[in-house]
Design a protein around this ligand. Sequence first.
Ligand code: TZP
Ligand code: MG
Length: 213
Amino acid sequence: MNEIRQMLNVYFIMGSQDCPNEKPEEVLRKAMAGGITCFQFREKHPRLHMHQAVELGKRLRAMCKNHSIPFIVNDRVDLALILEADGVHIGQEDLPVQEARKLIGHNRILGVSAKTPAEALAARRDGADYIGVGPMFVTMSKQDAGQAIGPGRITEIRKTVGAEFPIVGIGGIHPQNAKLVLEAGADGVAVISAISRSDSPKTAAQKLKMLIG
Ligand code: TZP
Ligand code: MG
């Protein structure tokens, strides 16, 4: 449990759609130099074919392996298995948590998005290793993220699932507001644009890392 809570400290999420100026490999290289503790491959580019996603995923996966950074795949259990990922992260509209667990087994990490205490409890009951709660703030990186729910929701969910259960906040988080999410009870912050669209992905990651107590 503690290992997963640490892994969530600075959780960088990215796909080719999040990298307008540079290759994803280059952005990930810089983010790793800045000290990210976990990476999620979240490929949503409308024009990228699945076989291209596999090729990109293989390159990013290899980079994470070389740096001992856990590599998590968003949404797709098949892609996670193909890439020999360390885990998969699913939302409320994806596979049922128990079914995803059956497919990935017990040696891979399972993350689940939860917006409410009820969703958080169900995710924990059905086998999630951690939950992602958000959007904390307004986000430009996910069209259907819904309204910001604010760090207060983390405090509420923390009370419901207990002090030990791993929780990461997500959505509109950057170095200037991350402290609010951590103080609310999150073990870490998950970010896309704060790193991927930064002039210096490395500095952005470093700044987030410095906030972790
Ligand atoms: N899930 C909830 S908000 C979000 C996801 C994937 C997007 C987070 O991106 P950003 O750029 O850190 O706001
Ligand atoms: Mg999803």
